[in-house]
Design a protein around this ligand. Sequence first.
Ligand SMILES: NC(=O)c1ccc[n+]([C@@H]2O[C@H](COP(=O)([O-])OP(=O)(O)OC[C@H]3O[C@@H](n4cnc5c(N)ncnc54)[C@H](O)[C@@H]3O)[C@@H](O)[C@H]2O)c1
Ligand SMILES: [Zn+2]
Ligand SMILES: [Zn+2]
Length: 332
Amino acid sequence: MKGLVLTAVKKMEIQDLPKPSVLPNEVLVQTKYAGICGTDHALYNGLPGSAKAVPPIVLGHENSGVVAAVGANVTNVKVGDRVTVDPNIYCGQCYYCRTGRPELCDHLSAVGVTRNGGLAEYFTAPASVVYELPDSISFKAGATIEPISCAVHGVQLLHLTPYAKALVIGDGFMGQLFVQILQAYGVHQVDFAGIIDDKLALNKKLFNVKNTYNTTRDTLPSDYDIVVEAVGKPETQEQAVNATRKGAQVLMFGVGHPDAHFQMNTYEIYQKQLTIQGSFINPHAFEDSIALLASGKVNVDPLISHELELNQVEPVLQGKVAGVSKAVVKVG
Ligand SMILES: NC(=O)c1ccc[n+]([C@@H]2O[C@H](COP(=O)([O-])OP(=O)(O)OC[C@H]3O[C@@H](n4cnc5c(N)ncnc54)[C@H](O)[C@@H]3O)[C@@H](O)[C@H]2O)c1
Ligand SMILES: [Zn+2]
Ligand SMILES: [Zn+2]
């Protein structure tokens, strides 16, 4: 089978690989689509994502496909089923797994990060992370259920009320998902801040966003109950805290550089009684994400900017392709 292998830091090669065989608890998936995200950029450049990727490895952690084979113990899917795969595999035995917080697992492994993923014609995954895709969800949209599930996890960590007024900072794909998901969870007003006027306008048109702000020109108001930071830079993290009203919650969703810090006024945390909430990956969020997509409450079709072939992935990861917002790779 054909696969795109990360052979070293900043080096990829299409290779002829052996088709993987399944263990008793595993599923063999024939890949249809694999999404590319910031994590792949990090892994390509030798930085960690949720974990470190050690070459040689096939990336691709946002996948959809068809079940091609199942191990002897698999009961939840069968050959021919359309599926999507949660890449994250938890050990089930560590302190965090046993206290109901598997995302913090000490022995996290992941399809497309620590084991071969969807940028190949076939990949395997434990049956426990394979989910059936409803017929109403295309394979292309199905490859975005993993990023949707990360945003859903973030939203589930917040205490949401219909009266809350929310601001999403970051006009990338994740920010665009957050706008829709917060609305789906009943937040009555969602505003959107970014730096790309086209995307601000698109969100306003498609997703019933009330106010948009371009942070290169506009000052953000300071009266939000919920602020989602979906950029990952110290300056936007500071803006996120500054945009709060009393009693607010700030979801720090963006992945900062491992060495970065930002400044916060300590009195303000106390006086406004702020909650600063981190968010890491996507436990128990696939079913909700599939439902959000199937019901149309989340629509990703207008947000997918690029459909690539395997040989077009590396230039995107090298940053040589302009205007990429969300790229998916048509593998099969
Ligand atoms: N916590 C998690 O589990 C998790 C999961 C997925 C992604 N992420 C992170 O979420 C962030 C967003 O992901 P993405 O895929 O949308 O990334 P992206 O790079 O596509 O989007 C980031 C966006 O931020 C915008 N931006 C840059 N500077 C800005 C500023 N000063 N003000 C407002 N907007 C600004 C850019 O225009 C860009 O569109 C990234 O940091 C990513 O690593 C976290
Ligand atoms: Zn991703
Ligand atoms: Zn564990």
